[in-house]
Design a protein around this ligand. Structure first.
Ligand SMILES: Cc1cc2nc3c(=O)[nH]c(=O)nc-3n(C[C@H](O)[C@H](O)[C@H](O)COP(=O)(O)OP(=O)(O)OC[C@H]3O[C@@H](n4cnc5c(N)ncnc54)[C@H](O)[C@@H]3O)c2cc1C
Length: 393
């Protein structure tokens, strides 16, 4: 069976890359044309951006190299508009246009600096290798002057970043500011281990504090207190590209594409949404943006698109969480194993074993891409329930 369908994959992050490579393999006898679009030709390992912030040098991976031999075409550029009626994506403000029959939307998310005054001007973010490197350079200056750093946001990204900074700059005063207690999603023992590790590294944790403004040399907390901050890293929340909403594709209140149980847009079924950009509801709740959930959405969608091209039925997406691996600098880590709904199970790993485990997890996407060029590799560990159709708001 041959097909001349054009498939465009928007975004070459963790999910878009896996989706494109797997789809190419799944459809290699069908003659489809797959084109991937991404603003830079460097593949960004977001899971490791806090390592760049701490001054480490990471290996660079180029998207054309990762795609070599798959037949997937690469267009370096940003998608700036989608016309779902004409099925066209505009690149770089109209410099190029790509027609599609099927669109895989994998634009991910980025740090949300729009929620607090001054954050976009004065805070650093882990949005890209360049942004992380700028923060690393500032940290080196602040370290030399004997200053202070605040990490705003007590989620896993903030915790990993604070630990990494404190370990690599022991002379710096590092404060983690969080509205909630950090790592509340973990079980008591894993959480206690994590808090002890932060204390050992010299990180001051200020839980229950709300940052209301980021200033050049301080952050202002609710109530008016100024916390000294020669460099502020903003990790409190993410936002998604407005592209889908602007195109009239049905989205939720955060701009994530509303999908049915097969991860197709409820308003435009030729659009498949994966990763952080998709609003996916399971019987146990919403999937939150992680690589752990994103790779299975990419795997599922590649298989689903291939089946649809062959005129075969598609079963609903199934997914359950499995673990919460958290690095605590380069020499320590904690892994909380979980139930499908991401609540903590009894099992956990700490110390060296957790470091090795976390490193395997962080390196697994690139290994998966390389192997997927030659064979079908699964990223699904837990199949904890079927996705539900999302109603329009
Ligand atoms: C510091 C840090 C640590 C993290 N640690 C973990 C962890 O330990 N475990 C975990 O599971 N998750 C972790 N995450 C979350 C994880 O990185 C994301 O859930 C994951 O990257 C989502 O994959 P994605 O493909 O949806 O998006 P991304 O990986 O963000 O990829 C999106 C891609 O789309 C591209 N793009 C954006 N706009 C456009 C456009 N207009 N046109 C074309 N391309 C565009 C981007 O350049 C990017 O390449 C971490 C995140 C950060 C920032």
């Amino acid at each position: 069976m041959r097909s001349d369908r054009r498939i465009v994959v928007l975004g070459a992050g963790y999910t878009g890359m896996f989706g494109a490579i797997r789809l190419a393999r799944r459809t290699r006898k069908l003659g489809v044309r797959i084109t991937m679009v991404n603003p830079s030709s460097r593949f960004v390992e977001r899971l490791r951006l806090h390592q760049i912030a701490a001054g480490q040098r990471l290996a660079e991976h180029r998207i054309p190299d990762l795609l070599a031999g798959t037949g997937v075409g690469f267009v370096k550029g940003a998608a700036t508009a989608i016309d779902p009626r004409g099925r066209v994506v505009e690149i770089d403000g109209g410099a190029a246009r790509l027609d599609y029959d099927t669109l895989v939307y994998a634009l991910g998310s980025s740090p949300d600096t729009g929620t607090v005054a001054g954050a976009d001007l004065h805070a650093f973010t882990l949005d890209s290798p360049r942004g992380a490197a700028r923060f690393a350079a500032r940290l080196a200056e602040v370290d030399e002057a004997g200053g202070s750093v605040t990490v705003c946001g007590g989620g896993l990204t903030g915790i990993e970043a604070a630990a990494e900074i404190a370990e690599s700059h022991p002379g710096l005063e590092v404060t983690l500011i969080s509205l909630d207690e950090p790592a509340t999603m973990m079980g008591g023992e894993a959480r206690a281990y994590l808090m002890r590790a932060l204390e050992r590294l010299g990180v001051t944790v200020r839980a229950g504090a709300r940052v209301v403004k980021v200033l050049p040399g301080a952050v202002e907390l609710e109530g008016g207190e100024l916390a000294g901050s020669d460099a502020c890293l903003w990790t409190a929340g993410v936002r998604v590209s407005p592209l889908a909403a602007e195109a009239g594709i049905a989205v939720d209140e955060r701009g994530l594409i509303l999908v049915d149980a097969t991860l197709r847009s409820i308003s435009h079924p030729e659009v498949h949404a994966i990763g952080d950009a998709a609003a996916i509801r399971m019987p146990w709740g919403r999937i939150h943006g992680t690589c752990q959930s994103g790779l299975p959405t990419a795997q599922y969608t590649a298989d689903a698109v291939a089946r649809l091209l062959r005129g075969k039925p598609v079963e609903p997406f199934r997914f359950g969480y499995f673990h919460q691996p958290v690095s605590l600098g380069r020499r320590d880590a904690v892994v909380q194993f979980t139930h499908a709904d991401d609540t903590p199970a009894r099992l956990r790993l700490t110390g060296r074993a957790a470091v090795v485990y976390k490193e395997l997890v962080s390196g697994s996407p690139l290994l998966t891409y390389r192997l997927s060029r030659r064979m079908h590799v699964t990223t699904v560990v837990s199949r904890g329930g079927r996705a539900l159709h999302q109603a329009a708001l």
